[in-house]
Structure formats: C-alpha cells, structure tokens
Design a binder for this molecule. Structure first.
Ligand code: UDP
Ligand code: MG
Length: 313
C-alpha cells in the first residue's frame, strides 16, 4: 500500500464526507493505493455515524472510535499503530489542510528520501491575530531549543516514512512536537514544504489560548526527557554536588571564623543561611537524581533502542 492517511477528529461531522471525497479524488488521479484512517476522538456529535456510513460505502475508509475524548495526540498515536501504508500522511479533519498537497509530500518522502516532512502554513487563515503571533513566538523557541529548522511545528499536515511512525509514541499533548520526537528517535532528514492553508469551513476550533502555556511546559519536559530521561543523575547529580560543595565551603568558613574569634556571631549572617539552604538543596537534588535513576532503571523502554541495520547476526 502506498499511502495511509491518518485523520484525528473531534466533532467534525459536517466536514468528513467532503474531506473523504476530496482525498479519494486525489488518490485516484495519481493512481495510489491507499487507506483513510478516521480516528474519532470521542466525538459527541454525529461524527461516528458519518464514519460508519463512509466505511460501509468505501472499503479503503477505516474508522477507530475512542470511548471518550483523549486528545489529538492519542488519536494520532492510535492511527499510527493501525497504519499500513509505506508513507503515512496526517491531516486535520476540518478541511483546513488541502488533500491536493498529498502527492507533493509523498514525493519528498519517496524520491528525496526525507524521513518526515512537515507542512508549513506560510499564509494562515485562522480567525485571530491572537493565534498567529504567539504561534510565531512558539515556533521560534521550539526551533532554537530543538535545533530543527522548521517554521511550523504544529501543522496538522505532515508526511512520514512508515518506520518513523512505528518508532515513536505520541502521548499527552506531544502532537506539537512530533518532529522533536522523531529527531530524538534518530531520524535526521526532517524537511518542510509550504502548504496551502484554508479557513475552517464548518465547526469550531478545539484549542484555545491555553495551548501556548501547555505547549511550553511540554517543550520543557520533552527537552529534559530527551537529554536526561535515561540518565537523570547527570543533571541532578551535577547541580546537587555543586550546591552541596559550596554549602560545605561556607560552613567550613563559618566554623573557622568562629574558632578564631569566639565573639563571632553566626546566626545573623547571610552566609549562615546560605550555607544551610545550599546543603539542604544539594542533598534534595541528589535524592531527586537517585529517585529518577530508580525510575529509569525500572522503565519498560530502558533498552528500547532502534536498530537500523544488522550484519551477520
Ligand atoms: N482534534 C482531536 N481531538 C481533540 C481536539 C482536536 O482529534 O481533542 C482534532 C480536530 O478535530 C481537528 C484537529 O485535531 O481535526 C485540529 O484541531 P483544530 O482544527 O480545532 O485546531 P486548529 O486548526 O484550530 O489549530
Ligand atoms: Mg483546524
């Protein structure tokens, strides 16, 4: 199978038939073999009924329904697990992403050898400036921290080699950082393609301004887990030791001062309090490091390496 199209959706009943017809048209024109996987993320409208009708009418449309709303990341993850195509394309269900981009994206994966290609909504059609300006800032920070040169991390329209989606796990709200997840998993060729973006035709957006706060918290944790997730002691141990050592030096200084001059008043000095705090902080950090190591040691994927090639084994 050439292509799997994975579509996470939450309350998008009006868009689905139009979207599927459009995708089918593009696939047929290009002669691709394909499947469309519609992942209903616990919709409360008629989306699932629509999906049932579509599935019974067309054999290459498939449906997955969650018991409740788990979020876009969970929906994508479930779609990735089911996908069978050599190239996996994700797109939003709201007709903001154009299926006409599929052949171009596939070409970059198959012919130019990209592991993943992210869409770039260069000209956006979202309702408010309040969405576009924070989004620019958000992308700039993510670009700097992850060192992946993309303009639009959160674009719903993306293409992957099958191997990539089978190797990463999208959880929590990490759908904003799939390029970062892919990079951590060792996929280096991450490209970008300017794609057409359209105004939302039906329904309403499912994400508000909280997305930016959550987005940055997620970025902080993903960067931390990526760097120190398997060796937390290297982070906590370093800062714990430094803090403890400086505290110890200050304590020694205070003891010596007191020994030389018995009149030396200990408790009204900043150095005294600093020493106390640094010693406590240092041991706390150290303990956090140990706890982290114990968790890492017991985690199910502690040896979950991705083998690229093997010879004679
Ligand atoms: N979505 C989802 N689960 C959710 C929220 C959103 O599957 O909990 C889907 C939604 O139906 C759409 C896509 O994720 O297909 C992008 O959502 P939306 O269009 O609301 O985001 P925006 O375009 O405003 O960034
Ligand atoms: Mg949208």
């Amino acid at each position: 199978m050439n292509i799997s199209v994975v579509i996470p959706l939450f309350n998008e009943e009006e868009s689905l038939p139009e979207l599927c017809t459009w995708i089918q048209k593009v696939m047929d024109e290009n002669g691709f073999s394909y499947e469309i996987i519609l992942v209903d993320d616990g919709s409360t409208d008629q989306s699932w009924t629509v999906i049932e009708q579509l599935c019974s009418g067309y054999s290459h449309i498939k449906g997955i329904k969650f018991q409740r709303n788990y979020g876009k990341s969970a929906a994508l993850n479930e779609g990735f697990r089911a996908a069978e195509g050599e190239v996996v394309i994700t797109m939003d269900a709201d007709l903001q992403d154009s299926p006409d981009e599929i052949p171009g994206l596939r070409k970059m994966i198959v012919e130019d050898g990209y592991d993943m290609v992210s869409g770039w909504k260069k000209k956006r059609y979202d309702s408010t400036l309040a969405k576009n300006i924070p989004s620019k800032f958000f992308n700039a920070v993510t670009r700097r921290m992850s060192k992946i040169p993309l303009h639009d991390f959160n674009c719903g329209l993306k293409a992957y080699k099958k191997r990539v989606v089978k190797s990463i796990e999208v959880y929590g709200e990490m759908h904003r950082y799939i390029p970062v997840l892919a990079k951590w998993a060792g996929f280096k060729k991450i490209g970008e393609k300017v794609v057409e973006h359209r105004p939302r035709k039906y329904g309403v957006t499912k994400f508000g301004w909280e997305r930016f706060i959550n987005g940055f918290l997620d970025l902080a944790s993903i960067m931390f887990v990526g760097r120190f997730g398997k060796k937390p002691m290297h982070f906590f141990g370093l800062w714990g030791t430094l803090s403890f050592l400086v505290g110890l030096l200050l304590t020694a200084y205070l003891i010596v001062s007191k020994a030389i001059d018995p009149e030396y008043a200990l408790t009204n000095r900043p150095a005294f309090f600093m020493a106390l705090i640094l010693l406590l902080l240092g041991s706390q950090l150290f303990l956090a490091g140990f706890t982290g190591e114990l968790i890492a040691r017991n985690s199910a994927d502690r040896n979950n390496y991705l083998v690229e090639k093997k010879l004679g084994v």
